[in-house]
Write a protein that binds this ligand. Structure first.
Ligand SMILES: [Fe+2]
Length: 345
């Protein structure tokens, strides 16, 4: 795969606007109630926004975006139909396809595309997200030092699923187009998140997907998401998705004093307490001991004393996006690492 030359070509476009569309980030935003801001981060909430009206997410803009997007930042996967079998999550080569080909294949296939770092790729998306988080931060004084951390544009086929999983930082989903079914499960509940899983996800020993059973749905918040709606949830709430139509969504995450502490406590549990043989490792974040645990984790992490896991094994694939195929995908003669596996290199 010619990821290096692709990358050099695309890196030259990262500074400034790569899209020839009118900036609309200040035109379209959201208007939440005082109650909604107050409950942000502590409750599952269905919220409203207007970002779907922005030309940044029109069909033309998406085709241009996919044409030029750095291939190391353009992730593509396919998957099976059983939500309990997350091992069928499979990487797909996408680097050699144009924006139009990708959109064509997407209509026919079972394809999930994750354009990571959308804010860094183009300043118009960056401005939209910066204003989004300035507004949230200003109106949420209960969250200390809130700052946007990571953003990605998700474009996906009808009928696909995103398996039951958990993200390290607190995040949310801004739905732009299409209809998708979305489930959010209780956070920090060992029935739904085994302790070793959350720790190993933070230590990058495993991907975010976790074991799932259909009875979990009896305890979930479920919504059929439509354009102009957003869902937010407490940090470490597992969630999953089933698409009805073609979908476009924006996912964004943030960090805060509280969120970093929770990650630090789990990190310390994994690297320090588990190694001491402690089975029921405390996950509370209040008080002196949790503060020492989190502080120790971040200091050791900063000094590169903690061995991070390797997750590259799921990046090798012999499947590619193919607009000429009935399934939107076709098989390659040989398996190789996808261009997006080189993101950290
Ligand atoms: Fe997620």
């Amino acid at each position: 795969m010619t990821d290096i030359s692709h990358q050099l070509h695309h890196d030259s476009q990262l500074h400034g606007s790569a899209l020839n569309v009118t900036p609309t980030s200040s035109e379209h935003s959201f208007d939440w109630s005082a109650e909604e801001y107050k409950n942000f981060s502590s409750e599952i909430q269905l919220l409203k926004h207007e970002y779907h009206k922005s030309t940044l997410f029109s069909d033309d803009a998406l085709v241009k975006l996919l044409d030029n997007y750095p291939r190391t930042w353009l992730q593509c996967y396919t998957m099976g139909t059983n939500p309990e079998n997350h091992n069928e999550w499979t990487p797909v080569h996408i680097a050699d396809s144009s924006g139009a080909e990708i959109m064509q294949a997407l209509q026919k296939g079972r394809i999930w595309i994750n354009a990571v770092n959308i804010d860094k790729y183009d300043k118009q998306y960056g401005k939209l997200i910066e204003e989004m988080y300035t507004k949230i931060s200003t109106n949420c004084p209960h969250i200390q030092n809130l700052r946007n951390a990571f953003n990605a544009l998700l474009i996906s086929s009808p009928g696909i699923q995103v398996y039951y999983h958990l993200d390290t930082d607190p995040n949310m989903l801004w739905h732009i187009r299409g209809v998708k079914k979305f489930w959010v499960y209780p956070a920090q509940d060992k029935r739904f998140t085994p302790q070793n899983y959350i720790e190993e996800i933070i230590a990058q020993e495993r991907h975010e997907n976790m074991p799932y059973h259909s009875w979990y749905d009896d305890h979930a918040y479920k919504v059929s998401l439509e354009e102009g709606q957003a869902v937010s949830w407490p940090q470490h709430s597992p969630h999953r998705v089933e698409n009805v139509t073609v979908n476009v969504s924006l996912t964004s995450s943030y960090e805060s004093t509280e969120s970093r502490k929770l990650v630090g406590v789990h990190g310390a549990n994994y690297y320090f307490l588990k190694k001491l043989g402690i089975k029921n490792r405390p996950t509370n974040t209040q008080g002196v001991f949790p503060a020492i645990k989190a502080f120790s984790y971040y200091v050791c992490n900063k000094l590169s004393l903690l061995k991070k896991g390797s997750r590259t094994s799921t990046y090798v694939s012999d499947i590619q996006v193919d607009a000429n195929s009935d399934t939107g995908l076709s098989k390659l003669d040989n398996a190789s690492r996808t261009a997006f596996s080189y993101i950290d290199e």
